[in-house]
Write a new protein. Structure first.
Length: 122
């Protein structure tokens, strides 16, 4: 059964878990979760056939302060690009195709999650 209330951290973790399941159902293979270096973190790193997919997950209860996608500022987008290249370098995946996706997650009235997946946002 879903919980009625989540702290912000719990909500983010639950949203990432739902997105992981969603992406696996779509045929993507999860390679890494919450990959972190001093410059930041990538929520999910997946493989979609021959393409590496870096996924930014943003979870919200509502849109009162903007949609989850509004949280991806130009600064955040630039950081995601740098982090993706750093992962490619440390994983020895140079030359492999990659893309950066964003997934918005909303906790709905039923206590379940609605997911919107936008491919290749950067």
């Amino acid at each position: 059964m879903r919980r009625a209330y989540y702290s912000l951290k719990e909500l983010g973790n639950a949203g990432e878990e739902e997105v992981s399941k969603y992406l696996e159902q779509k045929g993507l293979r999860i390679l890494d979760r919450n990959w972190r270096i001093k410059d930041g973190e990538i929520d999910l790193i997946c493989e979609d056939e021959e393409t590496i997919v870096f996924v930014e997950v943003k979870t919200r209860r509502n849109n009162l302060f903007g949609t989850p996608f509004d949280a991806i500022t130009p600064e955040k987008a630039f950081r995601l690009q740098r982090l993706a290249l750093a992962w490619m370098a440390t994983s020895r995946r140079w030359g492999q195709e990659y893309r950066i996706d964003a997934v918005g997650v909303w906790l709905n009235e039923l206590g379940t999650f609605d997911i919107e997946h936008r491919k290749a946002v950067l």
